[in-house]
Design a protein around this ligand. Structure first.
Ligand code: SF4
Length: 477
């Protein structure tokens, strides 16, 4: 079984990628501006929702209940979707999911497919597999179109082209769409994309979508979006294929109400997404003639098996933790080497793929807790990051410096006299390095610590020494 999470397997480690991206001032300005705008909108709509905390608690409760009963709800979804005329497929991994999609399309002699924004198809590398099979995929979400035309990579799970500004998009559209003139306003760019895509919506006979939610009691699938392209993709083609991660199941239609309120506010700061599409199997005279739903594992059952980190699967991909994260806001999404960026990427990618493949990601955080504060389903990302770091140490993935440092600390802190000896030795050792009470550059393997900060020198007198020298106090009775 091969697990893919976008380009993670070939990507450089986070510190290497981040160092390069930090030098790109334009990208940093774009990311900061976009996340500032979304954060401010989110804060405003959350503040005007009096039952926000109850919604979060309810959502978390529903998600945890689903994860505890996932097999039952998935089978219920399969039964209901099938009885409504849909066809349900099960995919263990990326290769199997791609094979199912290609087989369905070949069965219809399809050579093109229109797609609505789906992280899961990026996760399994569907576009690459389709192109290798001679099938042309057309992204129809504006941001995904920008990424596809620019042979770029997504940098945010809700706003994939957030690292691009209007001027860059205008140049790209003029170049790739063969336009000799194009206005500079957002409306001009949207109009160009609309004209480019409209012809494809009307011509291409196969559509592809992801799913924000899959409803077990009715076998329905739901997609929320802002542009209307999704509605076109799921209603105009003759054949519709939907790829759904198994964790996207919710029990009932009523539960959707909770998640739609949380998702829109957390993702884009809107009270409601402009387009909420829900479809159930096939309906005579309405929509696609053939509806396929592929339920994807691709490492999710492995995450489910770990009680300490399974809450990762509660994620509704709103992106709020990315916008809040001080690390993401500096580096942008490409540093994470996966289609899942930011705090959720730092915990999801290592678990879906393998800890060894993405061992720097659990350290791509200051553990400040801003992600937990905004997460609509209250995923304790800092706790999971610490858990993953512990697993890495257990697997022997810690660096030599770290292992030696931790062993030395364990001995030093084992009792008071060891600590005093360590302090005395450190005081002698640091003497040639101290200037004005700080060490600016540590030698050798320790140099990483002072590469971007000073280290305060150990004081000449410890608290214990000072305490021992105090004149004896009279006891007050
Ligand atoms: S972890 Fe929480 S805040 Fe981050 S994308 Fe998922 S649901 Fe949103």
């Amino acid at each position: 079984m091969s697990i893919h999470v976008g380009q993670a397997a070939e990507a450089p480690d986070f510190p290497v990628a981040a160092r390069e991206l930090l030098g790109n001032q334009q990208l940093r300005r774009n990311v900061r501006h976009a996340t500032d705008v979304i954060r401010a909108k989110r804060a405003k709509t959350v503040a005007e929702t009096p039952d926000w905390q109850q919604l979060r608690d309810t959502a978390r409760h529903i998600k945890d209940h689903v994860l505890a009963n996932l097999d039952r709800y998935l089978e219920q979804f399969e039964r209901r979707c099938t009885s409504a005329g849909g066809k349900v497929h099960w995919a263990r991994d990326a290769d199997e999911a791609n094979r199912i999609v290609i087989d369905i399309l070949r069965g219809h002699q399809a050579t093109e497919i229109i797609k609505v924004k789906t992280m899961t198809s990026d996760e399994v590398g569907l576009n690459r597999a389709l192109e290798a099979a001679g099938i042309a995929p057309y992204e129809t979400d504006l941001a995904d179109l920008i990424i596809q035309l620019g042979h770029d990579k997504p940098s945010h799970i809700v706003v994939p082209a957030l690292h691009r500004n209007k001027a860059e998009v205008r140049r790209l559209f003029m170049d790739k769409m063969g336009l000799s003139e194009l206005g500079e306003q957002a409306e001009d760019l949207a109009a160009a994309a609309r004209a480019y895509l409209r012809e494809k919506f009307l011509r291409v006979k196969a559509g592809f979508s992801g799913a924000n939610f899959a409803i077990a009691e009715s076998g329905s699938v739901s997609v929320v979006e802002s542009e209307g392209n999704g509605r076109m993709c799921v209603s105009l083609p003759e054949v519709l294929i939907t790829l759904v991660g198994v964790e996207k199941i919710i029990p009932s239609f009523d539960d959707l109400e909770v998640f739609l309120q949380l998702l829109a506010r957390s993702a884009t700061g809107e009270r409601m997404n402009p387009y909420n599409s829900v479809w159930t199997g096939v309906a005579e005279g309405d929509g696609p003639r053939e509806v396929h739903v592929i339920l994807l594992d691709n490492g999710r059952t492995g995450v489910l098996a770990d009680p300490e980190s399974r809450q990762t699967l509660d994620c509704i991909r709103c992106g709020a933790c990315l916008n809040a994260c001080p690390v993401y806001r500096q580096t942008g999404g490409h540093a994470y080497g996966s289609i899942y960026a930011g705090p959720i990427g730092a915990i999801l990618t290592p678990q879906l793929q393998s800890l060894e493949h993405s061992q720097s990601l659990p350290y791509a955080s200051s553990l400040c807790g801003a992600c937990l504060e905004v997460c609509p389903v209250e995923i304790n990302i800092p706790e999971i990051l610490v858990h993953l770091r512990a697993l890495l140490v257990d697997k022997g993935c810690a660096s030599l410096t770290e292992r030696i440092g931790m062993k030395a600390a364990a001995v030093a802190f084992a009792d008071g006299s060891n600590l005093e000896t360590a302090q005395t030795l450190a005081r002698i050792g640091q003497a040639p390095l101290v200037r004005d009470g700080v060490i600016r550059k540590l030698p050798g393997m320790l140099g990483g610590w002072t590469a971007s900060r000073d280290l305060k020198a150990i004081p000449s007198e410890s608290f214990r020494d000072w305490w021992a020298k105090r004149p004896a106090q009279k006891e007050h009775v």
